[in-house]
Design a binder for this molecule. Structure first.
Ligand code: HEC
Length: 275
């Protein structure tokens, strides 16, 4: 695998200079400029489709699959779970503003009191805890189905991640550092593939751009296999022979925070189909 991968790495090496920028908004703009140069024909709104945005035929097939997705019954099951009253009569919807409508678009956020990033999945478990219900395992099918419904309540809302305090900025910076950190036997960072080489092929797969990657989770891979965003992090780390972190680790939560900020302004859609 190594020679296939190293041979493609010639592109615009944004990752070499990215860290020099002043703050999250400058980072986001630099990244958008980079992708505009790399793929001038793709509209920013279409970045949420990832590699599909680069391949009209695949996008057409995707649109057809999305009309009657095989996972529809699974999402309904998630909806039943979301609506089911707890033993005390409360529901998930009582833990979120406006019953959860558009809530997921502002996650993850940095909680200054707790001193850490709170993902949407953390908020689900916090809700269970305050209502004396058992928590749900991170990365599990149960969490994926529940959030595939709960996050769909934010469909079409724009990703709206804020970095407001020194603590938030530190978490953002750690997420960014992780993204650019070369790791594992192959010595790749996330940025090597999804920034420097976005649009290029690895074997039969075209590499998506990072902007837009965080806006549509869980996905159903092959139409039936629910995968959370952090489970996808594990997949990419394993593929590049790096040691994956635990789902819901501080590292992955900071990474999700950084990546979600980079998708600010793009439309949420949950869940989606991927190959
Ligand atoms: C060797 C190249 C490579 C590296 C390094 C890599 N990935 Fe990926 N990644 C891929 C490929 C190939 C896919 C599937 C095609 C696509 O959607 O880009 C993918 C897909 C993804 C997706 C899903 C995109 C979608 O919309 O379905 C996410 C999220 C992702 N990677 C995040 C990461 C993160 C975070 C890291 C670093 C921890 C990382 N990747 C490192 C190759 C890589």
């Amino acid at each position: 695998m190594k020679h296939i991968l190293t041979s493609i790495f010639a592109g615009l090496l944004l990752s070499a200079s990215f860290g020099a920028h002043a703050g999250p908004e400058e980072d986001r703009k630099a990244l958008l400029d980079h992708y505009r140069q790399l793929m001038p024909n793709i509209e920013l709104d279409d970045y949420v489709y990832g590699a599909l945005a680069m391949n009209p035929e695949a996008k057409e097939q995707y649109d057809m699959v999305m009309e009657f997705p095989a996972y529809a019954a699974d999402v309904r099951q998630g909806g039943v779970h979301w609506e089911k009253p707890f033993r005390n009569g409360n529901r998930f919807s009582s833990c979120f503003k406006y019953g959860g409508i558009n809530a997921a678009a502002s996650y993850p956020y940095f909680d200054d009191k707790a001193g850490r990033v709170i993902t949407f999945e953390n908020a689900i478990n916090d809700c269970l805890k305050v209502n004396s219900e058992p928590e749900i395992k991170y990365g599990s099918k149960e969490m994926a189905l529940l959030t595939s419904y709960a996050k769909s309540l934010s469909d079409n809302a724009k990703v709206n991640i804020k970095v407001k305090s020194a603590g938030a900025l530190a978490a953002y910076e750690k997420g960014k550092q992780f993204y650019f950190q070369r790791q594992g036997q192959l010595n790749f960072s996330c940025a090597t593939c999804h920034i420097d080489n976005a649009g290029k092929f690895i074997r039969s797969e075209q590499l998506s751009m990072m902007v837009g990657q965080a806006s549509h989770w869980p996905e159903f891979r092959a139409g039936t296999e629910p995968v959370t965003l952090q489970a996808r992090f594990v997949g990419c780390q394993k593929n590049t022979r790096a040691e994956p972190k635990e789902i819901n680790s501080t590292e992955y939560n900071n990474l999700e925070y950084f990546m979600s900020y980079m998708s600010n302004g793009l439309k949420m859609q949950t869940p989606v189909f991927r190959k």
